[in-house]
Design a protein around this ligand. Structure first.
Ligand code: IPM
Ligand code: MG
Length: 350
């Protein structure tokens, strides 16, 4: 099969983790006889530096031509005080919107080998296997009106029926193939937009009688995730709540560096590790590439339907974890491995 993929390394550790992920992708292609048709583009701070905008037209064209896009991370401290629309992150928000990837799947599982890496007690995290479905192209991130003046700052959280319906269908379909439990997270005790969200989810649920639907308020959901994470199967939530809750997921998985994500729409797929650009460790060959590598596995599964290949990558990651050759964030017993060494080890384990 020919795999047409755009690579957007982005900023900070993005360059390093995508390089490791590409090495693994190359190893998969070789082993299973696929061809790679790769392009590379600019997104985020590096794009601002080179072209003056975080999401250049050329990147947009490349993304629309590719079947899937693999992104590293965006964000640079020098833009910390820049207005939202001129920051590196604006590039990421723009590409999500252009590709219309409204469903962001963020699997959170505790690998048995990493139970010790989580700061939570072993018996709490053991057996965690959940997936957060975060609505990705609506809510506060895009809502109008928005603005800032000397006396006021404001954003709008708004959802249309269609926006809630489509991501809810994605979540129910996932739950159907898992443990058949869907937890919809909202703040319907305070927000109209959440009451609306809940009504639409309840309506859509009628088409999935085989899946059990529960509702949970977002504050409680944050607490439940660290109290008893094994109670969750699929968690569905809006954009901002999903952003926050998925970082909590990093604690369950041992490190946020472990978490992959797949952003899916009707046609395109955008794959990105959940972690940010981590400027404090950028360029030091220290970053954990496993979130990016697992994002490649997700790409093979969701965009290309290559289940065997995806499973092979996930198993190779498992083997490397078992070998103890992991980066510092996972608190290994011996000397921490470098980003490159982990990428190399996963490729070899394939
Ligand atoms: C994420 C990140 C992004 C987000 C940032 C970098 C804009 O935190 O993917 O979780 O908020 O969506
Ligand atoms: Mg985030």
């Amino acid at each position: 099969m020919n795999l047409k993929i755009l690579i957007l390394p982005g900023d900070g550790i993005g360059t390093e983790v995508t390089r490791a992920a590409m090495q693994v992708l190359g190893a998969v292609a070789k082993k299973f006889g696929h061809t790679l048709e790769l392009s590379e583009g600019l997104l985020g701070g590096i794009a601002i530096h080179k072209t003056g905008t975080p999401f250049p037209k050329e990147t947009e064209e490349l993304a629309l031509k590719a079947d899937a896009t693999l992104m590293g991370s965006v964000g640079l401290p020098e833009f910390d005080t820049a207005p939202p629309l001129e920051r590196p992150e604006a590039g990421l928000l723009a590409i999500r919107r252009v590709l219309d990837v409204y469903a962001n799947l963020r699997p959170v599982r505790t690998y048995p080998e990493l139970v010790e890496s989580s700061p939570l007690k072993n018996h709490v995290v053991e057996g965690t296997d959940m997936i957060i479905v975060r609505e990705l192209t609506g809510g506060l991130y895009y809502g109008e009106p928005r603005g800032i003046s000397a006396e006021r700052g404001f954003n709008t959280m708004s959802y249309t029926r269609k926006e809630v319906e489509r991501v809810t269908h994605t979540a129910f379909k996932l739950a159907r193939n898992r443990r058949k439990l869907l937890t919809s997270v909202d703040k319907s005790n305070v927000l109209e937009v959440s009451q609306f969200w809940r009504q639409v989810v309840v309506d859509v649920a009628k088409q999935y009688p085989d899946v059990k639907l529960e509702h949970m308020l977002v504050d409680n959901a944050a607490m439940q995730m660290v109290l008893r994470p094994t109670q969750f199967d699929v968690m569905l939530t809006e954009n901002t709540f999903g952003d926050i809750l998925s970082d909590v997921g990093g604690i369950l998985a041992g490190s946020i560096g472990m978490l992959p994500s797949a952003s899916l729409g009707e046609t395109k797929g955008l794959y990105e590790p959940v972690h940010g650009s981590a400027p404090d460790i950028a360029g030091q060959n220290k970053a954990n590439p496993l979130g990016a590598i697992s994002s490649v596995a997700a790409m093979l599964e969701y965009t290309f339907g290559l289940m065997k290949e995806a499973t092979a990558v996930n198993e190779a990651v498992g083997k490397v974890l078992a070998s103890g050759k992991v980066t510092a964030d996972l608190r290994p017993k011996g000397k921490p491995a470098t980003t490159e060494e982990v990428g190399q080890a996963v490729s070899e384990a394939l």
